[in-house]
Write a protein that binds this ligand. Sequence first.
Ligand code: GDP
Ligand code: MG
Length: 160
Amino acid sequence: FLPHLIASLEQVDQTYIMVKPDGVQRGLVGEIISRFEKKGFKLTGLKLFQCSKELAEEHYKDLKGKSFFPKLIDYITSGPVVCMAWEGVGVVASARKLIGATDPLQAEPGTIRGDLAVQTGRNIVHGSDSPENGKREIGLWFNEAELCQWNPAQAPWLRE
Ligand code: GDP
Ligand code: MG
């Protein structure tokens, strides 16, 4: 009883994951979704989307002023992206680990970037860096009607 009570008090976080245009062009959408799906997180939003310059700039507003910012905006708006919202206990930090380091040459083998990419400017996937940014970014890329609350049948087989 007590462990269940403690478990139910555990914070469920949300993260915004995005397959960038290079990931879509290279046919890696299924592979990338699969990594999060197999891990056991819950998908609550998913769409293919061509984003505007304004949205890309808002998403990456903390990087405004960096020398690579204009290139980054061109990259992210260069073709459709796949937007995803994922939910789970510890999902933000865990997704960052699954994604790997920003520079794919530094990313560990076994991570998405470590296995599938070679350069920072083409690092195929985005993941929120904090629970606060997870919420912020999901709010930026999705409207309420595009997000689904559901109970995965596997839930009792994932967490005691
Ligand atoms: P992330 O959280 O691992 O994605 O990394 P950051 O938040 O630091 O940067 C956001 C994104 O900007 C990265 O994923 C890259 O796509 C891009 N970026 C970061 N640093 C550089 C850089 O030095 N050069 C280029 N071309 N792009 C960069
Ligand atoms: Mg970041």
